[in-house]
Structure formats: C-alpha cells, structure tokens
Design a protein around this ligand. Structure first.
Ligand code: AQP
Length: 326
C-alpha cells in the first residue's frame, strides 16, 4: 500500500477551504492507503501563538479530523511535536537547502509582507514541511493548491540528497483535487480562504452556527451581472461559490447553471446556505461528541507511538547515510 502523509496547522477553526482542499482527501484515501495525519503544531509557532489557545486548537483540529471521517483504526493521527524526529530531520534538511530557493516561496513572501523582520522559522517553514513528509517515506501528499510550491521544494531537497549523499528518501507526489483545491475568501475572491484572515465573513468554519453561515454567504462578493455562470477569470466570486455548491451539493457546474438560469444570485445563495448548513451539521455533531472525550487523548497518544516507531527507523537510516552519531 502506498503511504500518505498530510497535516493541518492548529491556528484556528478549520474552514471550508481546508476541508474541501485537504481533509476530504484524507478520508477518501484511508481505505486503500496507509495514512498518517498530523496536527502540525510546530508549524503554527512560526507566527506568535497564545500557548493556552494553541493547546485548545490542537485538540480542536484533532477532533475535527475525526468528525469529518478520519478513522483512527485505519489512519495514524498524532501531534507533530510529540514525535522528535520532525525537528531532528528538519535540521539535517536545513543544512541541505538554500536561502535562494527558500526566498522564492510565495507563502513566506505574503506572510512576511509589511513586517520589518520575520521569524527565521517562517522562512524555513517549507523545510520543516519537507521533514514531516520525508520522515515517513511518504508516497502521496494530499493538500490544497497553495502547497504546490512547498511540495516541489520537498522533492528538490530529497532528490538533491539522494544524488549527492546517498539514496535516502522516497520522492513524494502532491495530490490536488480538481474541484476544491483552492477555495477563495468570500469577501475577496482574489485571496485564498484562510483561518487567520481578520474578517470572519471571509471564511466559513466547519463549526460555524447556521446564522453565521447564512450571513457570510449572503454577504459574499459576487458581481453586478447577476448571472450564475462559472467563469473564474471574469466572475471569480460567483465561480468560487459555485465550486462550494458543486462539491457539497454534488452537482456539476452545468447542472448548477441550468438550475439558476433566469434567476438572480439571491436564490442561488439561499440554496447554498441550506446545502452548506446541512453538510456541516453532522460534522459539528460528531465534533461535540468527541472534543472533550478521553478517547481523543488516547487516539493521539497511540498515534504518536505508531508514528514515532516509523520515524525512528527513518532517522537511523538518515543518520547512517550522513555519517552522524556513533
Ligand atoms: N483556501 C483553501 N482552499 C483549499 N485548500 C486550502 N488549504 C488551506 N487553505 C485552503 C489546505 O488546507 C491544508 C491545511 O492548511 P494549513 O492549516 O496547514 O495552512 P494554510 O495553508 O496556511 O491554511 P490557512 O487556512 O490559510 O491557515 P493560516 O491562515 O493559519 O495560514 C493544506 O493542505 C492547505 O493546502
């Protein structure tokens, strides 16, 4: 079976972008892959975090993994900082990556924009991500489109080491969905939907109340044409909403266009509210059941043990190939 690895940062409530771009894939892959899903808390501290809130967010994300359908009997679920191999491999990869390639990363550019100086960890974030992936001899990495550049960098670093030191790493492939790989912000369809955006109506979080969902969708930016037509370039707002409708409502773009022919955005948005509320209700219910349970902690402890057992073997091979240690 091919091995899958992916992670989500505990930086706030998971939103529809995270769900449709990444988590939906996590669930789909479980039956015929060996899956490892991580809550990447060490990535989260590349920007300042309140320690108390971070602890809660780690458990929120873990509970949401399970609530969307990640099954701990099929998949390993754990917290990144509970497995020391991530930090250890990160250093070795840092010594084999270049400041030039890291300075080309668009995520670093946008997150450090308008700041006088940025934490070094924000700059080397993609190297830690490469360590996360390579630590488990990963074949497939299910992620949203925004991570394409980081996956390429991971492949470059691994290939470089395989060619110059010794064949050490499996070269992973990114897995991106056709629909949902990049959900845009509801208030500005030129920006991706993000957990940390200031405007809460820019996103729909999986735990939002129906009224909040309604408000965010009804306020969503569209255009003045008033025609429900999929055209990302000229009509990015309505096209983004149609993508959400299509995936959650299981309808093609043509079917959606036909359904709303001659109707305005109001009817479309009202139906999208209903589809979204209905899709998220069972996730919220399952989340409430598990979030404060002992079972959640047990799942994460067991996951960390299983992940650690794999990572220790990789690290022994890596250290041997690099001539490190006794
Ligand atoms: N808008 C999006 N559309 C599709 N996929 C997305 N992902 C993120 N945003 C979208 C995918 O979700 C996974 C987890 O992302 P992350 O939390 O590790 O980091 P991120 O990409 O930086 O997500 P956010 O929401 O924008 O968080 P903040 O605001 O904290 O930086 C990844 O697979 C990502 O591709």
């Amino acid at each position: 079976m091919k091995r899958v690895f992916s992670g989500v940062q505990p930086t706030g409530n998971i939103h529809l972008g995270n769900y449709l771009g990444a988590l939906k894939q996590f669930v789909e892959l479980q039956d015929d892959h060996e899956c490892i899903y991580c809550i990447v808390d060490m990535h989260a501290i590349t920007v300042p975090q309140n320690p108390k809130e971070l602890k809660e967010h780690i458990l929120d994300v873990a509970a949401l993994y399970l609530a969307v359908g990640v099954d701990p009997k099929k998949s390993i679920v754990f917290v990144q900082s509970d497995v020391p191999g991530h930090a250890e491999l990160n250093w070795i990869l840092t010594c084999n990556s270049y400041t030039g390639e890291l300075s080309r990363m668009t995520q670093f550019k946008s997150k450090s924009q308008n700041k006088e100086s940025a934490p070094t960890g924000l700059f080397t974030y993609p190297v830690l991500m490469a360590a996360d992936i390579l630590l488990y001899d990963t074949d497939v990495v299910p992620v949203g489109n925004d991570q394409k550049q980081h996956i390429e960098l991971c492949r470059d670093i691994a290939t470089r080491i395989n060619n110059t030191v010794k064949k050490t790493f499996v070269i992973p492939e990114g897995r991106f969905l056709k629909a949902g790989a990049r959900i845009m912000a509801l208030d500005d369809p030129t920006q991706k939907m993000s957990k940390s955006a200031a405007n809460v109506h820019s996103r729909i979080s999986l735990l939002d109340e129906p009224n909040k969902i309604k408000k965010s969708i009804m306020k969503a930016t569209t255009d003045s044409e008033g025609v429900v037509r999929y055209d990302v370039e000229n009509k990015p707002g309505i096209s983004n909403l149609m993508t959400i409708y299509s995936v959650l409502g299981n309808m093609s773009m043509e079917e959606i266009e036909a359904k709303y022919e001659g109707k305005g955005y109001g009817d479309f948005k009202k139906d999208l509210v209903e589809i979204t509320v209905n899709a998220l209700a069972p996730i919220k219910e399952r989340y409430e059941e598990i979030r404060h349970s002992d079972e959640l902690i047990e799942i994460l402890k067991d996951g960390a043990e299983r992940a650690n057992a794999i990572s220790v073997k990789t690290m022994a091979r890596v250290k041997k190939n690099f001539g490190l240690g006794l």
